[in-house]
Design a protein around this ligand. Structure first.
Ligand SMILES: Cc1cc2nc3c(=O)[nH]c(=O)nc-3n(C[C@H](O)[C@H](O)[C@H](O)COP(=O)(O)OP(=O)(O)OC[C@H]3O[C@@H](n4cnc5c(N)ncnc54)[C@H](O)[C@@H]3O)c2cc1C
Ligand code: SF4
Ligand code: SF4
Length: 360
């Protein structure tokens, strides 16, 4: 689109030269608003997030004795400054700036995978869209988040259909998945796809749009798929769930209404009231108002569509090419989202924003 390109060239975001990790730590990490997105760690070797003694994910910390105050981590962090209207103009070609909680989008669909061997969280749309993008050469690697045998998330760079399928399914614990983008670059990928939460998409959009001088290979990031997200949970949630359903028996986890629903391998559903797991919600989620990943190329969630389908918002030209290509080439089937479905997403998005304002 003409407007999209023109705006990308003409708008600049600030860089914070001479601010460093000490500033990021003081203003974000120590204030309890870090979302553990992983953007600062992914692009600076001096910052680490290490597993603690209890093997729960810790917060970002400095690995070296001195701060180079180059500004990179402070600039990229979605919690220091998020000029939403400007990012929307540059990335989506149009401004919404919080008007509609659905954000700027070109089209919306319900999608379901047509591949019998993809069993996604909902319609398997994310896995299928990446499968098409890989096969069509739009990307040469997809950064996905898989889980280990203890349900702990970790990232993987999928360059094949078989690996891609390992990512299917939602992991409800915090993990700095953006670090996988660095792994993809180190693995030699030149056209990277990433799927993650709204805060992670915000971080990567800042990476893509800030004024140079940071040469971090951002031109290699080609496709951002964002997931809807009301909240995410600390890793301690897994120990709590384990008391109700042994983790090795767990098949799938979902949130429906006011419950965390744990499916065991016999197909039985164990319901845990969300009120019982409130204490595990990530601290950084309290200031997050983005429900539908408003800055993604394509946003995907479950709310709004029938069971077994994924709700999809297409936001950019690149997103449109991927979704249309996946439909035309038989990767996914498509249905309409009813106004009732869109209304429900709006209500949930509005509730998230209101909670954020109350917390902020
Ligand atoms: C923490 C969390 C909260 C969510 N909250 C909502 C919500 O409130 N409302 C709603 O409608 N939808 C929510 N979703 C999205 C929903 O659960 C599905 O992920 C989405 O509908 C896509 O389903 P699918 O079948 O198309 O994807 P699949 O084909 O199953 O692929 C899912 C993809 O998500 C990635 N993924 C899984 N877990 C994570 C993670 N923790 N971090 C980064 N990437 C991950 C995997 O790599 C995989 O590629 C949430 C997802 C997460 C991770
Ligand atoms: S929000 Fe993300 S970029 Fe900011 S400090 Fe936390 S992990 Fe780093
Ligand atoms: S609620 Fe916001 S901060 Fe928390 S995981 Fe979801 S997108 Fe990230």
């Amino acid at each position: 689109m003409g407007t999209e390109t023109a705006n990308r060239e003409s708008v600049r975001l600030p860089t914070f030269l001479e601010l460093g990790f000490s500033d990021l730590k003081r203003e974000v990490v120590d204030k309890g608003i870090c979302s553990l997105c992983g953007t600062c760690v992914a692009f600076c070797d001096k910052i680490v997030i290490e597993a603690g003694e209890s093997e729960t994910a810790e917060l970002p910390e400095f690995a070296e004795g001195y701060d180079t105050v180059c500004g990179l981590c402070y600039t990229f962090c979605p919690r220091t400054l998020l000029p939403l209207a400007e990012l929307e103009r540059r990335v989506l070609g149009k401004e919404n700036a919080g008007e509609d909680v659905l954000g700027v989008y070109r089209s919306s669909y319900a999608l379901r995978s047509k591949r019998a061997d993809i069993s996604g969280q909902d319609g398997g749309a994310v896995t299928s869209l990446f499968a098409y993008a890989l096969e069509a050469g739009i990307i040469d690697g997809a950064v996905i988040t898989v889980s280990d045998e203890d349900w702990k998330p970790k990232t993987k760079v999928a360059t094949s259909y078989e690996t891609l399928k390992e990512g299917a399914g939602t992991k409800y614990t915090l993990y700095p998945s953006v670090v996988g983008v660095k792994d993809a670059m180190e693995n030699g990928c030149n056209a990277i796809g990433f799927v993650g939460l709204p805060c992670q998409i915000q971080g990567l959009r800042k990476v893509q749009t800030v004024e140079q001088p940071y040469a971090v290979g951002r031109e290699k990031i080609k496709l951002l798929i964002g997931l809807f997200c009301m909240e995410n949970f600390k890793e301690e949630l897994l120990a709590f769930v384990n008391k109700k359903v042994p983790l090795e028996q767990m098949q799938k986890v979902d949130i429906k209404g006011k419950e965390l629903q744990v499916y065991d391998k016999d197909g039985k559903v164990h319901a845990i009231p969300l009120d019982d797991i409130k204490e595990y919600i990530g601290e950084g989620c309290s200031v997050c108002g983005d429900y539908t990943a408003e800055l993604a190329d394509i946003s995907v969630g479950s709310v709004g569509s029938d069971v077994g389908w994924s709700t999809v918002f297409v936001r950019t030209e690149q997103g449109e090419a991927v979704v249309k290509g996946a439909i035309e080439n038989g990767y996914v089937e498509v249905a309409e989202i009813a106004d009732k479905g869109l209304g429900l997403i709006r209500r949930l998005g509005t509730r998230k924003r209101k909670n954020t304002q109350t917390n902020g």
